[in-house]
Design a protein around this ligand. Sequence first.
Ligand code: NAD
Length: 547
Amino acid sequence: MINQTPPDLHAGVKILHDPVRNKGTAYTEAERDALKLRGLLPPRVHTMAEQELRVLGNIRAKPTDLERYLYLIALQDRNENLFYRVIMNHLEEMMPIIYTPTVGKACQEFQHIYRKPRGFYVSLQDKGRVKEIMQNWPHKDARIIVVTDGERILGLGDLGADGMGIPIGKLALYTACAGIHPTQCMPVMLDVGTNNEKLLNDPLYNGLERRRVRGKEYDELFDEFVTAAKELFPGVLIQIEDFGNTNAFRLLDQYRGNTCLFDDDIQGTGAVAVAGIIAAMRITGGKLSEQKILFLGAGEAGIGIADVFVAALKEDGMSDREARHHCWFVDSKGLLVADRDNMAAHKKPYAHKHEAITEFADAVKTLEPTAILGLSGQPGTFTRNVVETMAKINQRPIIFALSNPTSQAECTAEQAYTWSDGRAIFASGSPFDPVKIGNQLFVPGQGNNAYIFPGVGLGVIVSRSRVVTDDMFLAAAHSLANQVTEADLERGRVYPALSLIRQVSALIAMDVAKIAYDNGYTDRAEPDDILADVHEHMYKPVYPHYA
Ligand code: NAD
């Protein structure tokens, strides 16, 4: 539980400007006397529910999602408990505003909409004194850091220091979806420059006016940051987010063994997609070991999914080599084959001996996969021909068009259902509306990473695990798949309703924590009831009483 330091009873107006303790018009009569707030607030005392109504009215009256985002961020800066109450009670409505797709727009506009600092900036200028400056962070019990270097923000590319919106948004989801206390969350922007000309030429850009550094200087800054974080906040979980391909795979490999660190773009995506495939087996009646997956896109997301899928097959007794042969990739150069030149290291384990194939549709015909997963960011690439071929090969083809945002999806939900005569098991990265074909209603599942990372993070910090392991992501995938109901499956949905996310996260956290206790990844004693222990750690957006 959080130990909040007692408020300074003579602080008066100060408490109204402290987002952690501010209650706005909800201070009771007694609190107004005790905290010397008389006259500083309008006389009527409101309940939190009434305040929530006011906020909702304001949000819904805004003309654009970016305006809604700005309103919500201002609320977060003013009154965190109320912000989280609104987000949690209206998660499906608010998630696309505080996170993708609106957060992407906000990052693109960051230098123009900037009002107030939030999060923590570590830049090249701080080299040599990173630990010293990190002591400026006001909360001393940081448990989760989400850090980006802004190189590959969502599907938007290099946004430099303007990428700060991503760690802020992601940590808001940690709190909303899994109840990590807001004061235990630290968003960090590692400013190593940007190669985005538009930003470099914009006088309002907030980041360093220089091109990205690579190599030794970059590595030294990253290492100094990780070392400082571990020293200042012992046991802190570090999530690396939206790093470019080379740095993401490399840093993950380098640090995961000795630091409590993971990459959501790789591992979280892996777990959420594999959960969808496991759940799909309950519809098809098939086994994981009978699946052959053809990926379109061999970046962080595609490789991350393949790695978790391979782990799932190995758990069932398959060899590593055989398991990898169940995963095939087509990227921008065509089918990934063993004799390709200049292949990135992360692709090599999935480059099989095969003749070269350029077109995805031809690869589908030749390889006859049971599932196609789109992670290419290229809309329209699951063509009618591709979907019809999948439906010819499979009674229930698995078709996941996972590229974000919705406009980039490899096909739409309607196309997948229509072109497969309603037989496709479809999921997407961004939400699609339900589709009606004849009398049948199909509800597409959304393979949102928010089903996974908050629960994994909660399990790790509650158990005080020293590491985040592949086993934990596989366990999270199974846990998520187990929470899909028969009613979900009947409508074709391979994920639970987003509204159940706190329950989903708690159960994932329980399974993740169990792995930490069973494997000695923690010095904390295993509690009698892990789920109850998890629930006890979960933040609830209620006001404390000050008098
Ligand atoms: P990335 O840049 O690391 O990889 C993109 C891959 O697509 C590369 O391998 C590239 O070669 C390939 N590609 C590009 N153009 C292609 C083409 N015309 N044909 C075939 N392949 C092509 O990006 P990433 O992090 O792997 O993300 C990829 C997509 O997945 C993004 O749209 C992202 O939004 C989405 N994504 C979805 C989820 C989710 O649904 N939960 C999670 C993470 C990422």
